[in-house]
Write a protein that binds this ligand. Sequence first.
Ligand SMILES: NC(=O)C1=CN([C@@H]2O[C@H](COP(=O)(O)OP(=O)(O)OC[C@H]3O[C@@H](n4cnc5c(N)ncnc54)[C@H](OP(=O)(O)O)[C@@H]3O)[C@@H](O)[C@H]2O)C=CC1
Ligand SMILES: O=C1OC[C@@H](O)[C@H](O)[C@H]1O
Length: 360
Amino acid sequence: MAASNKSPPTLRWGIIATGQISSWFVRDLSLSRSDAKAKHVIAAIGSSSQEKGEAFVKEWIPKVDPAPKVYAGYDNIYNHPDVDIVYIGTPHGFHKQNCLAAISAGKHVLCEKAFTLNARDAKEVFAAAKEKGVFVMEALWTRFFPLVQELQHLIHEEKVIGNVHRVFADLGLDQDLASLGPESRLKNPALGAGTLLDVCIYSLTWGLLSLDRNIGEAAEQPVIKAVQTLSDTIDVASTVVLFYPSTGRQAICTSTAMFRTPDVFCRIEGSEGHITVEGVSASCPSAFTVYSKGQSLSEGKRFTTPNPGFGLFWEADAVAEDIAAGKKENTIMPWAETVRVLEILDEARRQGGARFPVDD
Ligand SMILES: NC(=O)C1=CN([C@@H]2O[C@H](COP(=O)(O)OP(=O)(O)OC[C@H]3O[C@@H](n4cnc5c(N)ncnc54)[C@H](OP(=O)(O)O)[C@@H]3O)[C@@H](O)[C@H]2O)C=CC1
Ligand SMILES: O=C1OC[C@@H](O)[C@H](O)[C@H]1O
């Protein structure tokens, strides 16, 4: 095949919010990578205050040249002439309004997980995006890790462990919620607090991706069984069981705010063996090991791929390629998949009892 001489696309980002995930995201955008599939320009940053925005640039991307323009408030980002796409790193409860504002200004959007507080709101955002003709994606970064792509290939195409029948996936954090004020995004139900939207979404991702090669509308819809441990109205622990009646396969997807999950956070069991997945958390896998039936711990085959940053640049590259190709949604995280996952989360909260004011 002839080598392509097309240069990688350039995407100009406007960042709203300067919290933890935005800091990781801009750091990853600014990485120098020989295999980058896109050139990322951090054009502008919007924060609750000018000082906070400037401190963020100084701390996280001091060497980016030219330095991004910093603004107090988010409106300047939505309307910025040098911004192609708005990255939304606010708490869950603001995602819908931030997305709608960016879309209304004609910008593409990459919005952090959980995309909205419920499936109804996500559908509203996608309807607005469709009408405006812009690209929108939920930043479910884990799905874009080459390691996760490789794992899906080995499970579903090569069937390295035969037929998968059971999955355990956990994301637990020791969050010391008692020390946080009621306004914290981890405590305030109006912001979508609770482990379900914050971290169980990753455990669910492992269950869904391991048990079905299809996503979105093509996926088999599992039966959902859920329980939640509540503190006031937010969940401090959730267990969501996915049950696929066609074959009886099941996933046990869990989260907690009271205990940090050890490195091995997921086990995928099949008729011919099993796979363990490890990493700092289910959001950020670093390796997996495939064991054929009967193999001991030392006999498994370990897979790993280098991650020179936090691992957020893979989704950013995918977005840039999609936008350059004129696409409005991404095939790894299409709109229907975001809605499907939120419908599962809605059902888990209906059964488990966690409520958000927006539900009423
Ligand atoms: N932390 C993580 O590891 C990851 C988080 N995410 C997702 O990213 C989103 C943000 O999470 P994270 O970065 O941890 O959150 P942080 O609390 O660290 O940051 C959120 C930022 O949102 C802005 N903001 C606007 N209004 C409010 C408000 N009322 N309360 C708090 N913050 C507000 C603030 O930025 P400013 O003052 O600049 O406007 C704030 O710094 C969530 O959807 C989360 O699920 C995704 C992957 C990983
Ligand atoms: O997405 C996330 O992953 C890691 C957690 O620390 C964080 O609370 C969450 O938002």
